[in-house]
Design a protein around this ligand. Structure first.
Ligand code: GRF
Length: 181
């Protein structure tokens, strides 16, 4: 099966997919970023993964950007698109056409949107965690594929953050398998 991976920053989740699934269980047919400065660009180059850069700042509407992304992805014929730290809100232009999953660092439906790790750490529940879900036009709102919990007790924020960032990689890997099943 072929997947497309979309990222905006460091790309540590992208790196995990390269190291675990790529060329073994799946083929990363293309990586795409909206950020010309993203650290993940280097990863794509090192691993010879076709890369598309579409600077979201050059588009004046979300819909125009989404259409451009769809057009760039189309030739690669991916079976599934994976948002791995892709920090853009997608409109129905995209979500109605593209079969897509997203990684989110909280136990949804808690803490949709930004700063989810901070907000999870500070809330009243004893556990936080991560979710991978199907992408719809509702931000962080689609059907959940899987979640993993992280107990907060006794952890400093830095320790909690580190655990979340480790477990989200495992969650994403498992969810890609499930979504392609
Ligand atoms: C991850 O914490 C992801 O859950 C969130 O953005 C971060 C991206 O990290 N949506 P990276 O670029 O994969 O290192």
């Amino acid at each position: 099966k072929r997947i497309a991976v979309l990222f905006s920053g460091t790309g540590s989740n992208f790196a995990h997919i390269i190291n675990t699934l790529h060329k073994q269980e799946v083929e990363i047919a293309v990586a795409l970023t909206n950020n010309p400065e993203a650290g993940g660009i280097q990863l794509a180059k090192e691993h010879g993964i076709p890369l598309e850069i579409i600077d979201s700042k050059a588009y004046d509407s979300r819909e125009a950007f989404d259409s451009a992304v769809i057009e760039r992805l189309r030739p690669y014929g991916a079976d599934l698109t994976v948002l791995a730290g892709f920090m853009r809100i997608l409109t129905p232009v995209f979500t109605d056409q593209i079969k897509c999953i997203n990684l989110h660092p909280s136990l949804l439906p808690r803490h949709k949107g930004l700063k989810s790790i901070e907000r999870s750490y500070e809330d009243e529940y004893p556990t936080g965690g991560v979710s991978v879900h199907w992408v719809t036009s509702e931000l962080d709102g689609g059907e959940i594929i899987l979640q993993k919990e992280v107990a907060k007790e006794g952890l400093s924020f830095e320790e909690y953050d580190e655990k979340v960032r480790a477990i989200e990689k495992v969650a994403l890997e498992e969810a890609i398998r499930k979504a392609l099943d």
